[in-house]
Design a protein around this ligand. Structure first.
Ligand SMILES: [Zn+2]
Length: 577
């Protein structure tokens, strides 16, 4: 090779590579995204309030004053002038039903109807677009919220005939707002083989008129008479159709999450198949909210066999984690399924249902502790909560070597005064839903009487003061994922008709923000990577129109989500007015 040429090419290589290095250097010195001129409430231990954040890739790079952070702006940096807006870590909904959020959007949204006639019209309209035999599904009706009351009615519920005449070719199933009853038409009852002689199953009721004819309402366990047929229909579709439906539901769910500033969720119950599916989504960057999911497997043998292969932390760039087991000890307050030590005030002789035998609960506790899994048990009534706390304590005592377990009680809704301090003492997390308090308030005193309502219902203040950690969720689709309404419930305990429900149990603004961010991260063992705004943590950020620490109570419900940022990417933005 000609030596002159080789010298020249050597020189060129040096120049080009130094150019590359210097341009990389410049890129390294600049942020991908900078937010400045804001009130950035970091929620870290020092309660530091910053003005600006610099994001690099999916992570918070630096946080500080606008002056300092603006120096990290390069020519490719996206800039957001916050103009004084309020910024916090992305909301973490610590208890909801992940696929259910979008699935509810794919059904008729019956909560919008103000009476039964409107519902019939909604179903009729849907049936005109449906193919014969296709199921028409709706959810969210509540007979006590209608005006006028249905006529005729049985136990306050409408009767199916009018609806059945309007929809002769399609089975119809309309789920109650509580999820604890369904309303169906003749076609659905025919498919399910329901006639005058069909008996109500244990723990359920086929509502009948004075002549013994089924009215169309199936309560509690009787729902499965219908849902078994629906599931048969759904499962008979092709795998492609099933998958595309799931993806459609998830997409609708993501839209809801982003719209309300939610960047992380905990799903209260997945099967092994669900988790395999979520892993495949994480692999292809199709999970668009950070998902922590609990394993809900009824068969203890199957659970014990497969559980060790399903402990997952931070999968797919911190989009999927699994390290907990879901159990139920009782039912809900609305349907009087929650388990109490004394009778329901509005139904003497009835104390609710133990839905899982204690021996089975203890077995789940053993499986959880031996496999290093967190146990998360649904408990609503005071007796349900007492039993769960006792089972947890026994498991902890049996395994003194296991620490930092962070077992959770889902809902922890009605507590005996004696049990409140046990949460803090045992290190059990109370996973609660602020919005349940204000939406249930109108009937809580009827169900429980004023003593139990005052001393033990949604006692956030007493729990926090006795050292418990509360994380906050919505239980969507039972409630909307609306973060603002849920936050408002936590800090005001004001119902829709503007009454306060035992306001002495309110959270402070700061406590409520923590319950919705860092405490949710702690409850899923992820407080090192999210839940506060700090350098090195994930850039999950929400920008709000109101200062949720300082604004007047009445302004809170009008708060808008301006930006939702997930892993440094803007996934939601309101148009500037
Ligand atoms: Zn739930």
């Amino acid at each position: 090779m000609n030596s002159k040429f080789s010298k020249l090419s050597f020189l060129i290589i040096i120049i080009v590579s130094s150019l590359i290095i210097s341009s990389c250097g410049e890129q390294n010195a600049s942020a991908d995204l900078v937010l400045y001129n804001g009130k950035i409430v970091t929620l870290n231990d020092s309660d530091y309030v910053a003005e600006a954040i610099a994001v690099k890739n999916d992570t918070i790079w630096k946080i500080g004053t606008s002056e300092n952070i603006k120096q990290l702006i390069g020519k490719n940096t996206e800039k957001i002038n916050l103009k004084g807006k309020f910024v916090i870590p992305g909301f973490n909904d610590a208890h909801l039903h992940f696929e259910g959020v979008g699935q509810a959007k794919m059904k008729l949204e019956l909560q919008k109807a103000t009476n039964w006639n409107e519902i019939i019209l909604m179903v009729l309209e849907a049936s005109e677009k449906a193919k014969p035999g296709e199921w028409i599904l709706g959810r969210g009706w509540h007979q006590e919220k209608w005006d006028p009351n249905p006529d005729p009615n049985v136990e306050g519920y409408p009767i199916h005939e009018q609806l059945s005449r309007a929809t002769p070719y399609n089975p119809v199933m309309l789920t109650h707002a509580s999820g604890h009853a369904v309303f169906v038409n003749t076609k659905a009852m025919e498919l399910a083989g329901i006639d005058d002689s069909t008996k109500s199953p244990e723990g359920g009721k086929i509502v009948r008129d004075a002549d013994g004819k089924a009215t169309g309402v199936f309560e509690e366990n009787a729902e499965t008479l219908i849902t078994a047929k629906l599931n048969e229909y759904l499962n008979s579709r092709t795998p492609e159709a099933i998958k595309s439906d799931k993806l459609k539901a998830l997409k609708l769910g993501y839209e809801e999450f982003h719209k309300y500033g939610i960047t992380s969720v905990t799903d209260a119950g997945s099967t092994f198949d669900d988790i395999d599916f979520y892993k495949s989504l994480a692999d292809s960057s199709q999970l668009q909210v950070r998902l922590n999911t609990m394993l809900y497997i009824e068969d203890a043998k199957e659970l014990a066999e497969k559980i060790s292969g399903y402990k997952i932390y931070g999968y797919g760039n911190n989009f999927l984690s699994v390290h907990s087991i879901k159990k139920y000890i009782d039912g809900a307050l609305g349907s009087r399924g929650a388990l109490f030590m004394a009778d329901y005030s509005d139904l003497p002789g009835h104390r609710g249902q133990l839905v899982t035998p204690i021996s089975e609960m203890e077995k789940a506790a053993d499986i959880a502790i031996e496999n290093g899994f967190q146990l998360c048990t649904h408990a609503i009534g005071d007796k349900g909560n007492r039993e769960v706390l006792r089972i947890y304590k026994n498991a902890f005592d049996k395994h003194p070597d296991k620490t930092d377990l962070r077992w959770r009680v889902e809902h922890a809704q009605h507590l005996s005064v004696r049990d409140i301090p046990k949460f803090g003492e045992y290190g059990v997390i109370a996973s609660m839903q602020g919005i349940h308090c204000t939406s249930d308030a109108p009937y809580v005193i009827n169900r429980l009487g004023s003593y139990r309502a005052e001393k033990g219902a949604y006692v956030w203040r007493d729990l926090i003061d006795s050292g418990a950690i509360i994380c906050n969720g919505t239980d969507a689709p039972i409630e909307s994922v609306n973060t603002i309404n849920n936050f408002y419930a936590l800090v005001t305990r004001r119902t829709k008709d503007d009454r306060e429900f035992y306001p002495q149990q309110k959270m402070t603004r700061l406590e409520a923000l923590r319950a919705y961010t860092i405490n949710g991260a702690y409850a899923s063992f992820e407080e090192d990577i999210k839940g506060t705004l700090e350098a090195g943590k994930l850039a999950d950020i929400v920008v709000l129109s109101e200062d949720l620490l300082e604004c007047a109570d009445w302004r809170i419900p009008n708060t808008e989500i301006i930006y939702t940022i997930l892993g440094g990417k803007i996934v939601y933005k309101t148009e500037e007015k």
